[in-house]
Design a protein around this ligand. Structure first.
Ligand SMILES: Cc1cc2nc3c(=O)[nH]c(=O)nc-3n(C[C@H](O)[C@H](O)[C@H](O)COP(=O)(O)OP(=O)(O)OC[C@H]3O[C@@H](n4cnc5c(N)ncnc54)[C@H](O)[C@@H]3O)c2cc1C
Length: 442
Protein backbone atom coordinates (compact mmCIF):
# COMPACT_ATOMS: atom_id res chain seq x y z
CA UNK A 1 0.00 0.00 0.00
CA UNK A 2 1.23 3.51 -0.84
CA UNK A 3 2.81 5.58 1.97
CA UNK A 4 0.23 8.40 1.67
CA UNK A 5 -2.66 5.94 1.99
CA UNK A 6 -1.25 4.44 5.20
CA UNK A 7 -0.57 7.94 6.55
CA UNK A 8 -4.14 9.04 5.88
CA UNK A 9 -5.57 5.92 7.58
CA UNK A 10 -3.35 6.63 10.61
CA UNK A 11 -4.41 10.30 10.75
CA UNK A 12 -8.08 9.28 10.66
CA UNK A 13 -7.49 6.79 13.46
CA UNK A 14 -5.53 9.37 15.45
CA UNK A 15 -8.38 11.86 15.10
CA UNK A 16 -10.70 9.41 16.88
CA UNK A 17 -8.29 8.43 19.68
CA UNK A 18 -8.63 11.59 21.85
CA UNK A 19 -12.24 10.61 22.58
CA UNK A 20 -11.01 7.48 24.34
CA UNK A 21 -8.04 9.20 25.96
CA UNK A 22 -10.07 11.89 27.68
CA UNK A 23 -13.04 9.88 28.93
CA UNK A 24 -13.17 9.30 32.64
CA UNK A 25 -15.11 6.06 33.06
CA UNK A 26 -17.04 5.77 36.38
CA UNK A 27 -16.04 2.89 38.65
CA UNK A 28 -18.55 0.14 37.77
CA UNK A 29 -17.96 -1.79 40.99
CA UNK A 30 -18.64 1.32 43.09
CA UNK A 31 -22.20 1.62 41.78
CA UNK A 32 -24.36 -0.70 43.85
CA UNK A 33 -27.43 -0.57 41.56
CA UNK A 34 -26.12 -2.65 38.65
CA UNK A 35 -29.03 -1.89 36.37
CA UNK A 36 -28.30 1.82 36.84
CA UNK A 37 -24.60 1.15 36.21
CA UNK A 38 -25.44 -0.74 33.01
CA UNK A 39 -27.63 2.11 31.76
CA UNK A 40 -24.87 4.58 32.63
CA UNK A 41 -22.32 2.59 30.66
CA UNK A 42 -24.68 2.21 27.69
CA UNK A 43 -25.24 5.99 27.82
CA UNK A 44 -21.46 6.58 27.78
CA UNK A 45 -21.08 4.12 24.92
CA UNK A 46 -23.88 5.94 23.02
CA UNK A 47 -22.06 9.26 23.52
CA UNK A 48 -18.74 7.78 22.36
CA UNK A 49 -20.42 6.38 19.27
CA UNK A 50 -22.05 9.75 18.57
CA UNK A 51 -18.72 11.58 18.87
CA UNK A 52 -16.90 9.02 16.68
CA UNK A 53 -19.72 9.32 14.13
CA UNK A 54 -19.36 13.12 14.23
CA UNK A 55 -15.61 12.85 13.57
CA UNK A 56 -16.20 10.43 10.69
CA UNK A 57 -18.69 12.92 9.24
CA UNK A 58 -16.05 15.62 9.48
CA UNK A 59 -13.74 13.35 7.50
CA UNK A 60 -16.46 13.03 4.86
CA UNK A 61 -16.46 16.80 4.53
CA UNK A 62 -12.65 16.94 4.39
CA UNK A 63 -12.33 14.12 1.84
CA UNK A 64 -15.10 15.60 -0.29
CA UNK A 65 -13.09 18.82 -0.57
CA UNK A 66 -10.81 19.22 -3.56
CA UNK A 67 -7.90 20.64 -1.53
CA UNK A 68 -7.16 17.18 -0.07
CA UNK A 69 -6.22 16.15 -3.60
CA UNK A 70 -3.42 18.70 -3.62
CA UNK A 71 -1.81 16.39 -1.05
CA UNK A 72 -3.20 13.07 -2.29
CA UNK A 73 -3.44 13.03 -6.09
CA UNK A 74 -5.37 9.73 -6.30
CA UNK A 75 -8.81 11.33 -6.25
CA UNK A 76 -10.54 8.07 -7.16
CA UNK A 77 -9.03 6.32 -4.12
CA UNK A 78 -9.97 9.34 -1.95
CA UNK A 79 -13.48 9.05 -3.31
CA UNK A 80 -13.79 5.36 -2.53
CA UNK A 81 -12.53 6.06 1.02
CA UNK A 82 -15.13 8.85 1.25
CA UNK A 83 -17.86 6.33 0.32
CA UNK A 84 -16.64 3.77 2.87
CA UNK A 85 -16.51 6.33 5.67
CA UNK A 86 -19.97 7.53 4.62
CA UNK A 87 -21.39 4.02 5.13
CA UNK A 88 -19.72 3.29 8.48
CA UNK A 89 -20.12 6.85 9.77
CA UNK A 90 -23.85 6.55 9.17
CA UNK A 91 -24.02 3.29 11.14
CA UNK A 92 -22.32 5.01 14.10
CA UNK A 93 -24.71 7.94 13.94
CA UNK A 94 -27.67 5.56 13.66
CA UNK A 95 -26.60 3.64 16.75
CA UNK A 96 -26.15 6.83 18.77
CA UNK A 97 -29.84 7.82 19.18
CA UNK A 98 -30.95 4.20 19.47
CA UNK A 99 -28.55 3.46 22.35
CA UNK A 100 -29.26 6.82 23.99
CA UNK A 101 -33.00 6.15 23.90
CA UNK A 102 -32.38 2.70 25.37
CA UNK A 103 -30.19 4.01 28.18
CA UNK A 104 -32.81 6.70 29.00
CA UNK A 105 -35.51 4.03 29.09
CA UNK A 106 -37.45 5.89 26.36
CA UNK A 107 -39.45 4.30 23.58
CA UNK A 108 -38.58 4.55 19.88
CA UNK A 109 -41.12 7.34 19.36
CA UNK A 110 -38.58 9.64 21.04
CA UNK A 111 -36.56 9.35 17.86
CA UNK A 112 -39.21 11.56 16.28
CA UNK A 113 -41.04 13.46 19.06
CA UNK A 114 -40.34 14.85 22.54
CA UNK A 115 -42.17 13.18 25.40
CA UNK A 116 -44.32 14.69 28.14
CA UNK A 117 -41.54 14.69 30.72
CA UNK A 118 -38.93 16.46 28.62
CA UNK A 119 -41.34 18.84 26.89
CA UNK A 120 -40.96 21.43 29.64
CA UNK A 121 -37.17 21.28 29.52
CA UNK A 122 -37.10 23.70 26.60
CA UNK A 123 -33.31 24.11 26.40
CA UNK A 124 -32.69 20.36 26.51
CA UNK A 125 -35.45 19.57 24.00
CA UNK A 126 -34.24 22.27 21.61
CA UNK A 127 -30.85 20.58 21.47
CA UNK A 128 -32.38 17.14 21.08
CA UNK A 129 -34.51 18.54 18.22
CA UNK A 130 -31.33 19.89 16.57
CA UNK A 131 -29.83 16.40 16.87
CA UNK A 132 -32.97 14.96 15.30
CA UNK A 133 -32.72 17.33 12.31
CA UNK A 134 -29.07 16.29 11.81
CA UNK A 135 -30.08 12.65 12.06
CA UNK A 136 -32.98 12.97 9.56
CA UNK A 137 -30.82 14.90 7.11
CA UNK A 138 -28.10 12.27 7.28
CA UNK A 139 -30.65 9.47 6.93
CA UNK A 140 -32.08 11.18 3.85
CA UNK A 141 -28.61 11.43 2.27
CA UNK A 142 -27.68 7.86 3.24
CA UNK A 143 -30.92 6.34 1.90
CA UNK A 144 -30.87 8.28 -1.36
CA UNK A 145 -27.20 7.34 -1.86
CA UNK A 146 -27.80 3.65 -1.18
CA UNK A 147 -31.09 3.15 -3.02
CA UNK A 148 -31.44 5.93 -5.57
CA UNK A 149 -27.85 6.79 -6.60
CA UNK A 150 -28.14 4.95 -9.93
CA UNK A 151 -31.66 6.21 -10.65
CA UNK A 152 -30.97 9.90 -9.96
CA UNK A 153 -28.97 12.06 -12.32
CA UNK A 154 -25.42 12.71 -11.09
CA UNK A 155 -26.20 16.42 -10.83
CA UNK A 156 -29.33 16.03 -8.67
CA UNK A 157 -27.61 13.46 -6.45
CA UNK A 158 -24.62 15.76 -5.97
CA UNK A 159 -26.85 18.70 -5.06
CA UNK A 160 -28.65 16.56 -2.49
CA UNK A 161 -25.26 15.58 -1.12
CA UNK A 162 -24.48 19.26 -0.39
CA UNK A 163 -27.05 19.01 2.42
CA UNK A 164 -24.36 17.17 4.38
CA UNK A 165 -22.72 20.56 5.03
CA UNK A 166 -25.49 21.49 7.45
CA UNK A 167 -25.12 18.29 9.47
CA UNK A 168 -21.82 19.05 11.18
CA UNK A 169 -22.84 22.51 12.49
CA UNK A 170 -26.03 20.92 13.84
CA UNK A 171 -24.05 18.16 15.57
CA UNK A 172 -21.67 20.79 16.88
CA UNK A 173 -24.55 22.65 18.52
CA UNK A 174 -26.29 19.47 19.69
CA UNK A 175 -23.36 17.62 21.32
CA UNK A 176 -21.76 20.16 23.70
CA UNK A 177 -25.07 21.22 25.22
CA UNK A 178 -26.42 17.79 26.10
CA UNK A 179 -23.37 15.63 25.62
CA UNK A 180 -22.40 14.61 29.14
CA UNK A 181 -18.97 13.40 27.99
CA UNK A 182 -18.01 16.72 26.46
CA UNK A 183 -19.27 18.65 29.47
CA UNK A 184 -17.37 16.43 31.86
CA UNK A 185 -13.93 17.02 30.36
CA UNK A 186 -12.43 20.36 29.35
CA UNK A 187 -9.76 18.76 27.14
CA UNK A 188 -12.39 16.83 25.23
CA UNK A 189 -14.47 19.98 24.78
CA UNK A 190 -11.37 21.81 23.54
CA UNK A 191 -10.75 19.01 21.06
CA UNK A 192 -14.38 19.24 19.91
CA UNK A 193 -13.93 23.01 19.37
CA UNK A 194 -10.80 22.28 17.34
CA UNK A 195 -12.80 19.92 15.11
CA UNK A 196 -15.43 22.63 14.65
CA UNK A 197 -12.66 25.03 13.59
CA UNK A 198 -11.35 22.47 11.07
CA UNK A 199 -14.88 22.14 9.70
CA UNK A 200 -15.20 25.94 9.37
CA UNK A 201 -11.84 26.20 7.52
CA UNK A 202 -12.78 23.30 5.21
CA UNK A 203 -16.11 24.94 4.47
CA UNK A 204 -14.50 28.30 3.68
CA UNK A 205 -12.08 26.54 1.31
CA UNK A 206 -15.01 24.84 -0.39
CA UNK A 207 -16.79 28.16 -0.92
CA UNK A 208 -13.62 29.89 -2.19
CA UNK A 209 -12.99 26.98 -4.53
CA UNK A 210 -16.54 27.20 -5.80
CA UNK A 211 -15.99 30.87 -6.64
CA UNK A 212 -12.93 30.03 -8.73
CA UNK A 213 -10.14 30.76 -6.25
CA UNK A 214 -7.12 28.42 -6.48
CA UNK A 215 -7.95 27.73 -10.13
CA UNK A 216 -5.94 28.67 -13.18
CA UNK A 217 -7.39 30.75 -15.98
CA UNK A 218 -6.99 29.35 -19.48
CA UNK A 219 -8.05 30.76 -22.86
CA UNK A 220 -9.50 28.54 -25.59
CA UNK A 221 -7.26 28.98 -28.65
CA UNK A 222 -8.27 26.18 -31.00
CA UNK A 223 -10.97 23.58 -31.52
CA UNK A 224 -10.24 20.45 -33.60
CA UNK A 225 -12.77 17.94 -34.87
CA UNK A 226 -11.73 14.43 -33.72
CA UNK A 227 -14.81 12.34 -34.55
CA UNK A 228 -18.51 13.10 -35.14
CA UNK A 229 -19.09 13.41 -31.36
CA UNK A 230 -15.66 14.36 -30.00
CA UNK A 231 -13.65 17.57 -30.24
CA UNK A 232 -10.19 18.51 -29.00
CA UNK A 233 -10.01 21.86 -27.21
CA UNK A 234 -6.62 23.55 -27.00
CA UNK A 235 -6.20 25.98 -24.07
CA UNK A 236 -3.35 28.38 -23.33
CA UNK A 237 -2.62 29.56 -19.78
CA UNK A 238 -3.60 33.14 -18.87
CA UNK A 239 -2.05 32.99 -15.40
CA UNK A 240 -0.40 30.13 -13.47
CA UNK A 241 -0.08 27.14 -15.79
CA UNK A 242 -0.88 23.60 -14.68
CA UNK A 243 1.78 21.03 -15.49
CA UNK A 244 0.09 17.62 -15.49
CA UNK A 245 2.05 14.39 -15.70
CA UNK A 246 1.12 12.08 -18.56
CA UNK A 247 -2.30 10.53 -18.08
CA UNK A 248 -3.43 12.96 -15.37
CA UNK A 249 -6.70 14.86 -15.45
CA UNK A 250 -7.87 18.34 -14.53
CA UNK A 251 -11.24 19.81 -13.58
CA UNK A 252 -12.70 22.36 -15.98
CA UNK A 253 -15.31 24.98 -15.14
CA UNK A 254 -16.68 27.28 -17.81
CA UNK A 255 -18.41 29.76 -15.46
CA UNK A 256 -17.00 31.60 -12.46
CA UNK A 257 -19.58 29.86 -10.28
CA UNK A 258 -20.60 26.54 -11.57
CA UNK A 259 -19.84 22.90 -11.93
CA UNK A 260 -16.36 21.58 -12.56
CA UNK A 261 -16.02 18.25 -14.41
CA UNK A 262 -12.93 16.02 -14.80
CA UNK A 263 -11.20 15.54 -18.17
CA UNK A 264 -7.87 13.90 -18.93
CA UNK A 265 -5.18 16.02 -20.51
CA UNK A 266 -4.95 14.55 -23.98
CA UNK A 267 -1.90 16.62 -24.97
CA UNK A 268 0.53 18.90 -23.16
CA UNK A 269 2.90 21.19 -25.00
CA UNK A 270 5.77 21.51 -22.53
CA UNK A 271 7.15 24.63 -24.23
CA UNK A 272 4.03 26.78 -24.62
CA UNK A 273 2.26 25.08 -21.65
CA UNK A 274 -0.83 24.76 -23.83
CA UNK A 275 -2.95 21.79 -22.94
CA UNK A 276 -5.64 19.94 -24.86
CA UNK A 277 -8.74 18.13 -23.72
CA UNK A 278 -10.59 15.67 -25.94
CA UNK A 279 -14.23 15.98 -25.01
CA UNK A 280 -16.96 13.58 -26.02
CA UNK A 281 -20.59 14.73 -25.86
CA UNK A 282 -22.41 13.09 -23.00
CA UNK A 283 -24.89 15.35 -21.15
CA UNK A 284 -25.58 19.00 -20.27
CA UNK A 285 -22.05 19.91 -19.22
CA UNK A 286 -20.20 18.48 -22.22
CA UNK A 287 -22.81 19.93 -24.61
CA UNK A 288 -22.15 23.35 -23.04
CA UNK A 289 -18.38 22.91 -23.38
CA UNK A 290 -18.73 21.97 -27.03
CA UNK A 291 -20.34 25.39 -27.61
CA UNK A 292 -17.29 27.30 -26.27
CA UNK A 293 -15.84 29.81 -28.73
CA UNK A 294 -12.17 30.52 -29.38
CA UNK A 295 -11.03 33.35 -27.06
CA UNK A 296 -13.32 32.37 -24.18
CA UNK A 297 -11.83 31.90 -20.70
CA UNK A 298 -12.28 28.79 -18.57
CA UNK A 299 -11.08 27.83 -15.08
CA UNK A 300 -8.96 24.72 -14.64
CA UNK A 301 -7.63 23.02 -11.56
CA UNK A 302 -5.44 20.01 -11.01
CA UNK A 303 -3.64 18.01 -11.98
CA UNK A 304 -5.03 14.87 -10.40
CA UNK A 305 -4.72 11.12 -10.81
CA UNK A 306 -2.03 8.49 -10.69
CA UNK A 307 -3.29 6.10 -13.36
CA UNK A 308 -0.36 5.72 -15.75
CA UNK A 309 2.10 6.60 -12.98
CA UNK A 310 1.11 3.62 -10.83
CA UNK A 311 3.75 1.15 -9.71
CA UNK A 312 3.48 -1.57 -12.27
CA UNK A 313 5.22 -4.88 -11.68
CA UNK A 314 8.82 -4.49 -12.76
CA UNK A 315 10.04 -6.66 -15.61
CA UNK A 316 6.61 -6.88 -17.21
CA UNK A 317 5.65 -5.04 -20.40
CA UNK A 318 2.72 -2.61 -20.32
CA UNK A 319 -0.37 -3.21 -22.43
CA UNK A 320 -2.95 -0.45 -22.88
CA UNK A 321 -6.64 -1.27 -23.28
CA UNK A 322 -8.92 1.66 -24.16
CA UNK A 323 -12.59 2.01 -25.00
CA UNK A 324 -13.71 5.10 -26.96
CA UNK A 325 -12.75 8.37 -25.28
CA UNK A 326 -10.95 6.24 -22.64
CA UNK A 327 -7.94 6.59 -24.93
CA UNK A 328 -7.07 10.03 -23.50
CA UNK A 329 -4.91 8.91 -20.52
CA UNK A 330 -2.73 6.90 -22.94
CA UNK A 331 -2.24 9.46 -25.70
CA UNK A 332 0.81 11.38 -24.49
CA UNK A 333 2.39 8.17 -23.19
CA UNK A 334 2.10 6.61 -26.64
CA UNK A 335 3.37 9.78 -28.34
CA UNK A 336 6.41 10.33 -26.15
CA UNK A 337 7.47 7.06 -24.51
CA UNK A 338 9.86 4.98 -26.53
CA UNK A 339 9.05 1.54 -25.09
CA UNK A 340 6.96 -0.58 -27.39
CA UNK A 341 3.51 -0.86 -25.89
CA UNK A 342 0.59 -2.66 -27.51
CA UNK A 343 -2.78 -0.89 -27.60
CA UNK A 344 -6.11 -2.68 -27.83
CA UNK A 345 -8.67 -0.10 -28.80
CA UNK A 346 -12.41 -0.83 -28.62
CA UNK A 347 -14.95 1.31 -30.48
CA UNK A 348 -18.33 0.83 -32.13
CA UNK A 349 -17.41 1.52 -35.73
CA UNK A 350 -14.41 2.79 -37.64
CA UNK A 351 -15.95 6.28 -37.66
CA UNK A 352 -16.00 6.35 -33.86
CA UNK A 353 -12.25 5.84 -33.39
CA UNK A 354 -10.67 8.97 -31.89
CA UNK A 355 -7.11 9.82 -33.03
CA UNK A 356 -7.25 6.83 -35.40
CA UNK A 357 -4.73 8.08 -37.99
CA UNK A 358 -2.22 9.36 -35.45
CA UNK A 359 -2.33 6.16 -33.39
CA UNK A 360 -2.00 3.91 -36.45
CA UNK A 361 1.06 5.91 -37.47
CA UNK A 362 2.73 5.73 -34.04
CA UNK A 363 1.92 2.11 -33.27
CA UNK A 364 1.97 0.34 -36.64
CA UNK A 365 1.33 -3.33 -35.94
CA UNK A 366 1.14 -2.70 -32.16
CA UNK A 367 -2.47 -1.51 -32.33
CA UNK A 368 -5.48 -3.80 -32.48
CA UNK A 369 -8.85 -2.20 -33.20
CA UNK A 370 -11.84 -4.10 -31.86
CA UNK A 371 -15.11 -2.89 -33.33
CA UNK A 372 -18.46 -3.97 -31.94
CA UNK A 373 -20.84 -2.58 -34.59
CA UNK A 374 -18.97 -3.01 -37.90
CA UNK A 375 -20.06 -5.66 -40.37
CA UNK A 376 -17.60 -8.56 -40.99
CA UNK A 377 -17.30 -7.72 -44.72
CA UNK A 378 -16.27 -4.15 -43.93
CA UNK A 379 -13.82 -5.41 -41.32
CA UNK A 380 -12.11 -7.73 -43.78
CA UNK A 381 -11.40 -4.81 -46.08
CA UNK A 382 -9.81 -2.91 -43.18
CA UNK A 383 -7.03 -5.47 -42.61
CA UNK A 384 -5.69 -7.75 -39.90
CA UNK A 385 -5.39 -5.01 -37.26
CA UNK A 386 -9.19 -4.97 -37.04
CA UNK A 387 -11.26 -7.52 -35.14
CA UNK A 388 -14.96 -7.66 -34.54
CA UNK A 389 -16.69 -7.92 -31.14
CA UNK A 390 -15.40 -6.87 -27.73
CA UNK A 391 -11.89 -6.91 -26.25
CA UNK A 392 -11.56 -10.39 -24.73
CA UNK A 393 -8.75 -12.56 -23.38
CA UNK A 394 -8.85 -14.52 -26.67
CA UNK A 395 -8.15 -11.37 -28.70
CA UNK A 396 -5.41 -10.33 -26.24
CA UNK A 397 -3.75 -13.76 -26.51
CA UNK A 398 -4.03 -13.76 -30.32
CA UNK A 399 -2.17 -10.46 -30.67
CA UNK A 400 0.34 -10.48 -27.81
CA UNK A 401 3.63 -12.29 -28.26
CA UNK A 402 3.84 -13.68 -24.71
CA UNK A 403 1.53 -15.25 -22.18
CA UNK A 404 -0.88 -12.75 -20.52
CA UNK A 405 0.93 -13.22 -17.19
CA UNK A 406 3.94 -11.44 -18.69
CA UNK A 407 2.17 -8.05 -18.88
CA UNK A 408 0.79 -5.17 -16.82
CA UNK A 409 -2.64 -4.13 -18.13
CA UNK A 410 -3.91 -0.54 -18.03
CA UNK A 411 -7.63 -0.23 -18.77
CA UNK A 412 -9.76 2.85 -19.37
CA UNK A 413 -13.16 2.95 -21.03
CA UNK A 414 -16.90 2.62 -20.40
CA UNK A 415 -17.68 0.87 -17.06
CA UNK A 416 -19.22 -2.22 -18.71
CA UNK A 417 -16.19 -2.74 -20.94
CA UNK A 418 -13.76 -2.27 -18.03
CA UNK A 419 -15.62 -4.79 -15.90
CA UNK A 420 -15.71 -7.31 -18.75
CA UNK A 421 -12.00 -6.99 -19.59
CA UNK A 422 -11.00 -7.17 -15.93
CA UNK A 423 -13.03 -10.39 -15.48
CA UNK A 424 -11.50 -11.86 -18.67
CA UNK A 425 -7.98 -11.11 -17.43
CA UNK A 426 -8.61 -12.50 -13.96
CA UNK A 427 -10.17 -15.66 -15.43
CA UNK A 428 -6.96 -16.10 -17.43
CA UNK A 429 -4.93 -16.03 -14.20
CA UNK A 430 -3.73 -12.41 -14.36
CA UNK A 431 -3.30 -11.09 -10.82
CA UNK A 432 -5.08 -7.91 -9.71
CA UNK A 433 -1.61 -6.42 -9.05
CA UNK A 434 -1.07 -6.48 -12.83
CA UNK A 435 -4.33 -4.62 -13.59
CA UNK A 436 -4.69 -0.83 -13.37
CA UNK A 437 -7.95 0.93 -14.15
CA UNK A 438 -9.11 4.53 -14.56
CA UNK A 439 -12.85 5.02 -14.18
CA UNK A 440 -14.37 7.97 -16.04
CA UNK A 441 -17.03 8.37 -13.38
CA UNK A 442 -16.71 9.49 -9.78
C1 LIG B 1 -10.89 10.90 -14.11
C2 LIG B 1 -11.82 11.20 -15.26
C3 LIG B 1 -11.30 11.54 -16.49
C4 LIG B 1 -12.15 11.81 -17.57
N1 LIG B 1 -11.63 12.13 -18.78
C5 LIG B 1 -12.45 12.36 -19.83
C6 LIG B 1 -11.93 12.71 -21.13
O1 LIG B 1 -10.73 12.81 -21.34
N2 LIG B 1 -12.82 12.95 -22.11
C7 LIG B 1 -14.18 12.85 -21.94
O2 LIG B 1 -14.94 13.10 -22.89
N3 LIG B 1 -14.70 12.52 -20.74
C8 LIG B 1 -13.87 12.28 -19.69
N4 LIG B 1 -14.40 11.98 -18.44
C9 LIG B 1 -15.86 11.87 -18.31
C10 LIG B 1 -16.47 13.26 -18.14
O3 LIG B 1 -16.04 13.84 -16.93
C11 LIG B 1 -17.99 13.11 -18.10
O4 LIG B 1 -18.40 12.55 -19.34
C12 LIG B 1 -18.66 14.43 -17.96
O5 LIG B 1 -18.36 14.98 -16.70
C13 LIG B 1 -20.15 14.20 -18.11
O6 LIG B 1 -20.86 15.38 -17.81
P1 LIG B 1 -22.21 15.72 -18.58
O7 LIG B 1 -23.00 16.67 -17.77
O8 LIG B 1 -21.91 16.17 -19.97
O9 LIG B 1 -22.91 14.33 -18.72
P2 LIG B 1 -23.96 13.59 -17.79
O10 LIG B 1 -24.80 12.77 -18.69
O11 LIG B 1 -24.65 14.54 -16.87
O12 LIG B 1 -23.02 12.65 -16.94
C14 LIG B 1 -22.64 11.40 -17.42
C15 LIG B 1 -21.83 10.69 -16.33
O13 LIG B 1 -20.60 11.39 -16.14
C16 LIG B 1 -20.25 11.37 -14.75
N5 LIG B 1 -20.17 12.75 -14.26
C17 LIG B 1 -21.06 13.75 -14.44
N6 LIG B 1 -20.69 14.85 -13.81
C18 LIG B 1 -19.53 14.56 -13.20
C19 LIG B 1 -18.66 15.30 -12.37
N7 LIG B 1 -18.87 16.57 -12.01
N8 LIG B 1 -17.57 14.66 -11.88
C20 LIG B 1 -17.32 13.37 -12.20
N9 LIG B 1 -18.12 12.62 -12.98
C21 LIG B 1 -19.19 13.21 -13.48
C22 LIG B 1 -21.30 10.61 -14.01
O14 LIG B 1 -20.89 9.25 -13.85
C23 LIG B 1 -22.48 10.69 -14.94
O15 LIG B 1 -23.37 9.61 -14.77
C24 LIG B 1 -13.55 11.72 -17.38
C25 LIG B 1 -14.07 11.39 -16.12
C26 LIG B 1 -13.21 11.13 -15.07
C27 LIG B 1 -13.78 10.79 -13.73
Amino acid sequence: MKFYKITLYLIILASILPIFLFIDFPDYSAISDKSLANDLYIGIFASIIGLVGGILLLWLVILGNRFIDKVIPDLIWVNSLHKKIGKYGYLFILMHPLLTIYSYGENLLYLFLPNELTLNQTEFETHVAIGRIAFYTLTFIALTSIFLRKKLSYRLWKRMHFLSYIIFPLIFIHAPEIGSLLNADKSLMLYWDLLALIFAITFIFKILFHFGLFRSKYRLVEVKEITHDTKEFVFEPVNTPILPKMGQYIYIQSDEIGEGHPFTVARLDKQTKKLSLAIKTSGDFTRKLLKLNVGEIVLLDGAYGVFTQEDSIQGKEDVYIAGGIGITPFLDNLRHCSDEKHLFFGNKTVNDIPYSEELDKILGERITHVLSNQSSEELESLGTKFKSGYISSKILKDYLKNDLLAYNFYICGPPVMMKFVEAELKNSGVSSKQIFMERFSI
